[in-house]
Design a protein. Sequence first.
Lengths: 190, 138
Amino acid sequence: MITVAFDQCADDPRPFIEAAEPTHPSLIDSEHLVADLYRIVNVPTVVWIDEHGCIARPNDVAFGNDAFKDMHGIESAPHLEALRRWVKGGVMPLDKQEVRDLQIPPTMEEQLGRTEFSLAWYLHRTGRRAAAERHFVRAGQLAPHDFTIRRGSMPIRGMDPMGSDFAELYMEWVQAGRPYYRPIPGSKDD
Amino acid sequence: MIRNSFTLIDEGRVHVTPATMAGERVWLTPGALQAAFGWEVKPRGLCKDDRCIPVHGHGDVVTDAGVDLAGFAALLSRPLALDLEERVACLGASATDRAAKLASLDAPDFTLPDVDGTMHSLSDYRGQKILLVAYASW
Protein backbone atom coordinates (compact mmCIF):
# COMPACT_ATOMS: atom_id res chain seq x y z
CA MET A 1 0.00 0.00 0.00
CA ILE A 2 1.10 3.56 -0.68
CA THR A 3 -0.87 6.37 0.92
CA VAL A 4 -0.86 9.91 -0.44
CA ALA A 5 -2.17 12.80 1.64
CA PHE A 6 -3.45 15.90 -0.19
CA ASP A 7 -2.38 18.09 2.71
CA GLN A 8 -0.43 21.33 2.79
CA CYS A 9 2.29 19.90 5.04
CA ALA A 10 3.26 16.70 6.84
CA ASP A 11 1.95 17.98 10.17
CA ASP A 12 -1.71 17.90 9.11
CA PRO A 13 -1.97 14.14 8.49
CA ARG A 14 0.87 13.23 10.87
CA PRO A 15 -1.41 12.23 13.80
CA PHE A 16 -3.29 9.81 11.53
CA ILE A 17 -0.09 8.41 10.08
CA GLU A 18 1.54 7.90 13.47
CA ALA A 19 -1.59 6.23 14.86
CA ALA A 20 -1.57 3.80 11.94
CA GLU A 21 2.10 2.81 12.58
CA PRO A 22 2.44 2.03 8.88
CA THR A 23 4.93 -0.31 7.29
CA HIS A 24 4.11 1.27 3.94
CA PRO A 25 5.16 4.65 2.51
CA SER A 26 2.95 7.53 3.69
CA LEU A 27 3.51 10.32 1.21
CA ILE A 28 2.65 14.01 1.37
CA ASP A 29 1.31 15.67 -1.79
CA SER A 30 0.93 19.38 -1.06
CA GLU A 31 0.88 20.24 -4.78
CA HIS A 32 -1.94 17.72 -5.45
CA LEU A 33 0.22 16.15 -8.17
CA VAL A 34 -1.34 12.70 -7.79
CA ALA A 35 -4.82 14.25 -7.92
CA ASP A 36 -3.83 15.81 -11.27
CA LEU A 37 -2.14 12.70 -12.71
CA TYR A 38 -4.98 10.32 -11.73
CA ARG A 39 -7.94 12.74 -11.99
CA ILE A 40 -8.77 12.30 -8.31
CA VAL A 41 -11.56 14.64 -7.20
CA ASN A 42 -12.25 13.53 -3.63
CA VAL A 43 -10.90 11.44 -0.78
CA PRO A 44 -10.67 8.65 0.03
CA THR A 45 -9.94 7.31 -3.45
CA VAL A 46 -8.25 3.97 -4.10
CA VAL A 47 -6.49 2.82 -7.28
CA TRP A 48 -5.08 -0.68 -7.84
CA ILE A 49 -1.78 -0.89 -9.73
CA ASP A 50 -0.37 -4.24 -10.81
CA GLU A 51 3.20 -5.56 -10.81
CA HIS A 52 3.77 -4.18 -14.31
CA GLY A 53 2.80 -0.66 -13.34
CA CYS A 54 -0.64 -0.90 -14.99
CA ILE A 55 -3.92 0.32 -13.52
CA ALA A 56 -5.85 -2.86 -12.61
CA ARG A 57 -8.84 -1.09 -11.06
CA PRO A 58 -9.53 2.60 -11.60
CA ASN A 59 -10.41 5.41 -9.15
CA ASP A 60 -13.04 4.32 -6.63
CA VAL A 61 -14.34 5.31 -3.23
CA ALA A 62 -13.46 2.67 -0.66
CA PHE A 63 -13.08 2.63 3.10
CA GLY A 64 -10.99 0.37 5.29
CA ASN A 65 -13.80 -0.14 7.81
CA ASP A 66 -17.49 0.62 8.42
CA ALA A 67 -16.97 3.32 11.05
CA PHE A 68 -18.78 5.97 8.95
CA LYS A 69 -20.96 3.67 6.83
CA ASP A 70 -24.12 5.40 7.99
CA MET A 71 -22.86 8.69 6.55
CA HIS A 72 -21.65 7.56 3.14
CA GLY A 73 -23.50 4.27 2.66
CA ILE A 74 -20.49 2.28 1.43
CA GLU A 75 -19.74 -1.12 2.94
CA SER A 76 -16.04 -1.83 3.30
CA ALA A 77 -16.34 -5.61 2.85
CA PRO A 78 -16.87 -5.96 -0.95
CA HIS A 79 -13.78 -3.94 -1.85
CA LEU A 80 -11.64 -5.62 0.82
CA GLU A 81 -12.79 -9.05 -0.34
CA ALA A 82 -12.02 -8.24 -3.99
CA LEU A 83 -8.65 -6.87 -2.89
CA ARG A 84 -7.85 -10.10 -1.03
CA ARG A 85 -8.81 -12.18 -4.08
CA TRP A 86 -6.51 -10.06 -6.25
CA VAL A 87 -3.54 -9.99 -3.90
CA LYS A 88 -3.66 -13.61 -2.69
CA GLY A 89 -5.32 -15.30 -5.63
CA GLY A 90 -4.32 -13.12 -8.55
CA VAL A 91 -8.01 -12.66 -9.46
CA MET A 92 -8.30 -9.64 -11.77
CA PRO A 93 -11.31 -7.52 -10.79
CA LEU A 94 -11.93 -6.15 -14.27
CA ASP A 95 -10.61 -6.65 -17.80
CA LYS A 96 -8.68 -3.85 -19.47
CA GLN A 97 -11.64 -2.46 -21.41
CA GLU A 98 -13.78 -2.42 -18.27
CA VAL A 99 -11.04 -0.46 -16.50
CA ARG A 100 -11.00 2.09 -19.35
CA ASP A 101 -14.80 2.31 -19.44
CA LEU A 102 -14.87 3.09 -15.71
CA GLN A 103 -12.27 5.85 -15.93
CA ILE A 104 -13.56 9.40 -15.99
CA PRO A 105 -11.19 11.60 -17.99
CA PRO A 106 -10.66 15.21 -16.92
CA THR A 107 -12.29 18.10 -18.77
CA MET A 108 -10.47 21.26 -19.89
CA GLU A 109 -12.28 23.22 -17.18
CA GLU A 110 -11.14 20.76 -14.50
CA GLN A 111 -7.54 21.05 -15.68
CA LEU A 112 -7.76 24.84 -15.68
CA GLY A 113 -9.21 24.59 -12.17
CA ARG A 114 -6.21 22.51 -11.07
CA THR A 115 -3.86 25.06 -12.65
CA GLU A 116 -5.61 27.94 -10.85
CA PHE A 117 -5.24 25.93 -7.61
CA SER A 118 -1.50 25.50 -8.25
CA LEU A 119 -1.16 29.24 -8.85
CA ALA A 120 -3.16 29.98 -5.69
CA TRP A 121 -0.99 27.64 -3.63
CA TYR A 122 2.21 29.28 -4.94
CA LEU A 123 0.87 32.77 -4.17
CA HIS A 124 -0.17 31.62 -0.69
CA ARG A 125 3.24 30.10 0.02
CA THR A 126 4.96 33.31 -1.10
CA GLY A 127 2.84 35.45 1.24
CA ARG A 128 0.39 36.92 -1.29
CA ARG A 129 -2.78 35.84 0.49
CA ALA A 130 -5.29 38.19 -1.16
CA ALA A 131 -4.14 37.18 -4.63
CA ALA A 132 -4.12 33.51 -3.58
CA GLU A 133 -7.73 33.79 -2.40
CA ARG A 134 -8.85 35.11 -5.81
CA HIS A 135 -7.34 32.08 -7.52
CA PHE A 136 -8.67 29.56 -4.98
CA VAL A 137 -12.13 30.99 -5.65
CA ARG A 138 -11.58 30.82 -9.42
CA ALA A 139 -10.35 27.22 -9.15
CA GLY A 140 -13.53 26.30 -7.29
CA GLN A 141 -15.71 27.96 -9.94
CA LEU A 142 -14.01 25.98 -12.70
CA ALA A 143 -14.21 22.65 -10.87
CA PRO A 144 -17.20 23.04 -8.55
CA HIS A 145 -17.48 19.36 -7.68
CA ASP A 146 -13.76 18.75 -7.15
CA PHE A 147 -13.43 18.34 -3.39
CA THR A 148 -9.61 18.26 -3.58
CA ILE A 149 -9.87 21.87 -4.76
CA ARG A 150 -12.92 23.21 -2.90
CA ARG A 151 -12.52 21.36 0.39
CA GLY A 152 -8.76 20.85 0.10
CA SER A 153 -8.20 24.62 -0.10
CA MET A 154 -10.18 25.31 3.09
CA PRO A 155 -7.43 24.59 5.65
CA ILE A 156 -5.00 26.66 3.54
CA ARG A 157 -7.42 29.61 3.51
CA GLY A 158 -8.20 29.43 7.23
CA MET A 159 -11.67 27.96 6.62
CA ASP A 160 -13.04 24.97 8.54
CA PRO A 161 -13.25 21.93 6.24
CA MET A 162 -15.76 20.37 8.67
CA GLY A 163 -17.89 23.52 9.05
CA SER A 164 -20.64 25.42 7.24
CA ASP A 165 -18.58 26.07 4.10
CA PHE A 166 -18.24 22.33 3.67
CA ALA A 167 -21.93 21.77 4.42
CA GLU A 168 -22.78 24.19 1.57
CA LEU A 169 -20.38 22.42 -0.80
CA TYR A 170 -21.83 19.03 0.12
CA MET A 171 -25.42 20.20 -0.52
CA GLU A 172 -24.40 21.60 -3.93
CA TRP A 173 -22.89 18.24 -4.79
CA VAL A 174 -25.96 16.31 -3.65
CA GLN A 175 -28.24 18.67 -5.62
CA ALA A 176 -26.05 18.17 -8.70
CA GLY A 177 -26.87 14.47 -8.43
CA ARG A 178 -23.73 13.28 -6.61
CA PRO A 179 -21.58 13.46 -9.75
CA TYR A 180 -19.13 10.57 -10.37
CA TYR A 181 -20.16 8.83 -7.14
CA ARG A 182 -20.52 5.32 -8.48
CA PRO A 183 -18.70 2.87 -6.24
CA ILE A 184 -17.39 0.00 -8.36
CA PRO A 185 -18.95 -3.34 -7.36
CA GLY A 186 -16.65 -5.61 -5.39
CA SER A 187 -17.22 -8.35 -7.91
CA LYS A 188 -19.27 -8.93 -11.04
CA ASP A 189 -21.89 -10.61 -8.87
CA ASP A 190 -22.52 -7.58 -6.63
CA MET B 1 5.00 48.09 -23.07
CA ILE B 2 6.67 47.48 -19.73
CA ARG B 3 9.48 45.07 -19.04
CA ASN B 4 9.14 43.36 -15.66
CA SER B 5 10.32 40.38 -13.71
CA PHE B 6 7.81 37.54 -14.16
CA THR B 7 7.49 34.15 -12.42
CA LEU B 8 6.64 31.13 -14.58
CA ILE B 9 5.64 27.78 -13.08
CA ASP B 10 5.60 24.52 -15.05
CA GLU B 11 5.18 21.10 -13.38
CA GLY B 12 6.31 22.53 -10.06
CA ARG B 13 9.44 24.15 -11.54
CA VAL B 14 9.63 27.88 -10.81
CA HIS B 15 11.49 30.16 -13.19
CA VAL B 16 11.85 33.93 -12.90
CA THR B 17 12.50 35.89 -16.08
CA PRO B 18 12.01 39.37 -17.52
CA ALA B 19 8.81 39.61 -19.58
CA THR B 20 7.12 42.36 -21.54
CA MET B 21 3.60 43.34 -20.57
CA ALA B 22 0.95 45.51 -22.19
CA GLY B 23 -2.69 45.41 -21.08
CA GLU B 24 -3.50 41.79 -20.40
CA ARG B 25 -0.79 40.39 -22.65
CA VAL B 26 2.57 38.99 -21.65
CA TRP B 27 5.47 38.26 -24.01
CA LEU B 28 8.55 36.17 -23.34
CA THR B 29 11.80 36.21 -25.27
CA PRO B 30 12.57 32.93 -27.07
CA GLY B 31 15.37 32.40 -24.57
CA ALA B 32 13.03 32.77 -21.61
CA LEU B 33 10.48 30.43 -23.23
CA GLN B 34 13.11 27.75 -23.61
CA ALA B 35 14.55 28.20 -20.12
CA ALA B 36 11.14 28.13 -18.44
CA PHE B 37 9.22 25.61 -20.54
CA GLY B 38 11.77 23.82 -22.71
CA TRP B 39 10.15 24.98 -25.99
CA GLU B 40 12.27 26.54 -28.73
CA VAL B 41 11.28 28.99 -31.45
CA LYS B 42 12.44 27.49 -34.78
CA PRO B 43 11.67 28.35 -38.40
CA ARG B 44 9.20 25.45 -38.61
CA GLY B 45 7.43 26.48 -35.40
CA LEU B 46 7.60 25.88 -31.67
CA CYS B 47 9.56 22.72 -30.90
CA LYS B 48 10.32 20.54 -27.90
CA ASP B 49 12.13 17.19 -28.06
CA ASP B 50 10.81 15.54 -31.22
CA ARG B 51 7.61 17.55 -31.41
CA CYS B 52 7.00 20.74 -33.41
CA ILE B 53 3.86 22.88 -33.62
CA PRO B 54 3.62 25.22 -36.62
CA VAL B 55 2.82 28.83 -35.79
CA HIS B 56 1.72 29.79 -39.32
CA GLY B 57 -1.94 30.65 -39.22
CA HIS B 58 -1.73 31.35 -35.50
CA GLY B 59 -1.38 35.07 -36.07
CA ASP B 60 0.50 36.79 -33.36
CA VAL B 61 1.89 34.05 -31.11
CA VAL B 62 5.47 34.71 -32.25
CA THR B 63 6.25 38.30 -33.27
CA ASP B 64 8.99 40.87 -32.80
CA ALA B 65 7.52 41.48 -29.34
CA GLY B 66 8.38 37.90 -28.43
CA VAL B 67 6.24 34.83 -27.70
CA ASP B 68 2.73 35.65 -26.46
CA LEU B 69 2.30 33.58 -23.30
CA ALA B 70 -1.46 32.97 -23.60
CA GLY B 71 -1.10 32.22 -27.31
CA PHE B 72 1.68 29.74 -26.56
CA ALA B 73 -0.45 27.93 -23.97
CA ALA B 74 -3.43 27.81 -26.37
CA LEU B 75 -1.23 26.36 -29.12
CA LEU B 76 -0.25 23.54 -26.76
CA SER B 77 -3.87 23.16 -25.55
CA ARG B 78 -2.56 23.57 -22.02
CA PRO B 79 -4.36 25.56 -19.32
CA LEU B 80 -2.76 28.82 -18.21
CA ALA B 81 -3.47 30.48 -14.88
CA LEU B 82 -2.26 34.06 -14.84
CA ASP B 83 -2.05 36.80 -12.23
CA LEU B 84 -1.01 40.02 -13.98
CA GLU B 85 -0.83 42.08 -10.79
CA GLU B 86 1.49 39.62 -9.04
CA ARG B 87 3.23 38.75 -12.32
CA VAL B 88 2.98 34.99 -11.88
CA ALA B 89 1.77 32.41 -14.42
CA CYS B 90 1.24 28.68 -14.03
CA LEU B 91 1.13 26.35 -17.06
CA GLY B 92 -0.87 23.21 -16.34
CA ALA B 93 -1.32 19.79 -17.91
CA SER B 94 -3.72 19.43 -20.83
CA ALA B 95 -6.88 17.38 -20.34
CA THR B 96 -6.07 15.48 -23.53
CA ASP B 97 -2.62 14.45 -22.31
CA ARG B 98 -3.95 13.34 -18.93
CA ALA B 99 -6.83 11.42 -20.52
CA ALA B 100 -4.57 9.69 -23.04
CA LYS B 101 -2.15 8.59 -20.34
CA LEU B 102 -4.99 7.21 -18.17
CA ALA B 103 -6.56 5.39 -21.14
CA SER B 104 -3.22 3.67 -21.81
CA LEU B 105 -3.67 2.12 -18.32
CA ASP B 106 -0.03 2.92 -17.51
CA ALA B 107 -0.10 4.17 -13.91
CA PRO B 108 1.48 7.65 -14.04
CA ASP B 109 4.73 7.75 -12.07
CA PHE B 110 5.31 10.32 -9.35
CA THR B 111 7.92 11.18 -6.73
CA LEU B 112 6.82 12.57 -3.35
CA PRO B 113 8.24 12.93 0.17
CA ASP B 114 7.13 10.88 3.15
CA VAL B 115 6.55 12.43 6.59
CA ASP B 116 10.30 12.36 7.25
CA GLY B 117 11.13 14.03 3.95
CA THR B 118 12.47 10.89 2.23
CA MET B 119 11.50 10.83 -1.45
CA HIS B 120 9.65 7.82 -2.87
CA SER B 121 8.66 7.12 -6.49
CA LEU B 122 5.80 4.85 -7.53
CA SER B 123 8.27 3.17 -9.90
CA ASP B 124 10.43 2.19 -6.88
CA TYR B 125 7.70 -0.41 -6.15
CA ARG B 126 7.43 -1.92 -9.63
CA GLY B 127 7.10 -5.69 -9.32
CA GLN B 128 4.59 -5.50 -6.45
CA LYS B 129 0.82 -5.10 -6.49
CA ILE B 130 0.04 -1.65 -5.14
CA LEU B 131 -3.05 -0.24 -3.45
CA LEU B 132 -2.73 3.52 -3.90
CA VAL B 133 -4.86 5.29 -1.31
CA ALA B 134 -5.44 9.04 -1.60
CA TYR B 135 -6.76 10.72 1.55
CA ALA B 136 -6.47 13.97 3.52
CA SER B 137 -6.82 15.40 6.99
CA TRP B 138 -9.81 17.35 5.63
